[in-house]
Design a protein. Structure first.
Length: 85
């Protein structure tokens, strides 16, 4: 699922998934380069730990920010804030 909203100064884009979720103790690390959550049930998911890092770098380059709200086993919601030009 996704949603888009706009104020006079900011665009908001939210993306929701129904995935495995991210435990709060790992959320502060997920945007770091090469970081992958090391829980026993996540080893079957492939990746290099670059996708969220590059996403954040692109958003920062546009003057924005990205955040996550998530619970293990309940999916995640990523929210992007980009200033209106």
């Amino acid at each position: 699922d996704y949603g888009v909203d706009k104020t006079d100064s900011t665009h908001y884009i939210s993306v929701k998934d129904n995935g495995i979720g991210i435990s709060p103790k790992y959320q502060k690390f997920i945007f770091e380069k090469f970081y992958r959550v090391s829980e026993k049930d996540t080893h079957n998911y492939k990746g290099l730990g670059l996708g969220l890092y590059y996403t954040k770098q692109i958003i920062i380059a546009h003057g924005g920010s990205i955040s996550v709200k998530s619970e293990a086993s309940k999916g995640s919601v990523f929210t992007i804030k980009i200033p209106v030009s």
